[in-house]
Design a binder for this molecule. Sequence first.
Ligand SMILES: Nc1ncnc2c1ncn2[C@@H]1O[C@H](COP(=O)(O)OP(=O)(O)O)[C@@H](O)[C@H]1O
Ligand SMILES: [Mg+2]
Length: 205
Amino acid sequence: MINKPSGMFDRDFEWRALEAFATDPASGALLGVVSGRRRQGKTFLLRALCQETGGFYFAADEATDRESLNRLGSALADHLDAPAPLTFETWHGAVDALLALGRDRRIPVVIDEFPYLVRANPQLPSIVQNALAPLRAERENSRAGLLLCGSAMSFMGRFLSGNAPLRGRASLERSVSSPPPTSTGTAAAGEPAQKMTLWEDKVSR
Ligand SMILES: Nc1ncnc2c1ncn2[C@@H]1O[C@H](COP(=O)(O)OP(=O)(O)O)[C@@H](O)[C@H]1O
Ligand SMILES: [Mg+2]
């Protein structure tokens, strides 16, 4: 059981789903996709998950591809207590460095605002797909739980649908509607039901 932070209201279903993902006893890297409209608490949940488990959290922004690779290299160095930023020429090396975070144990590895990265580099979903190819050593030897998060629901859902690059063979889709978190745990009057979706994709073995 991963401790649910005391300041977190509701979201028991999402927390349990993320907990199951972050403690999945299976071998090999896992891929999950989290989406939902803005201000639903996705970042809050994923940051909390990483805090509670020693996971790695990275929030992308609207930077160029080169700037994002540099920022990720710095964030990884901080996480690993490395003396200097890691340098990546391409996302191939960067994604393998993310997978390597899970060499010893199951660990969540979050890329928040993933659509910003894809906008700057449309190859990225296919690079992640190839990095997670069945029988690939970097995937087999990793227990990273890669979580890609974004607010554009249709954009995020597309990654795992049909012939999309990130579509795995055995995938599980989970979705939930629940009221927005408030201190009383109920939706404010007149608020539309808020929705957050978690997709988990167990990359085929
Ligand atoms: N379950 C929750 N309990 C308490 N505060 C929350 C919860 N979910 C979200 N919040 C707060 O709501 C705001 C919006 O959440 P955020 O994680 O930024 O949303 P998103 O990433 O989906 O756009 C933040 O200030 C966050 O701290
Ligand atoms: Mg967010």
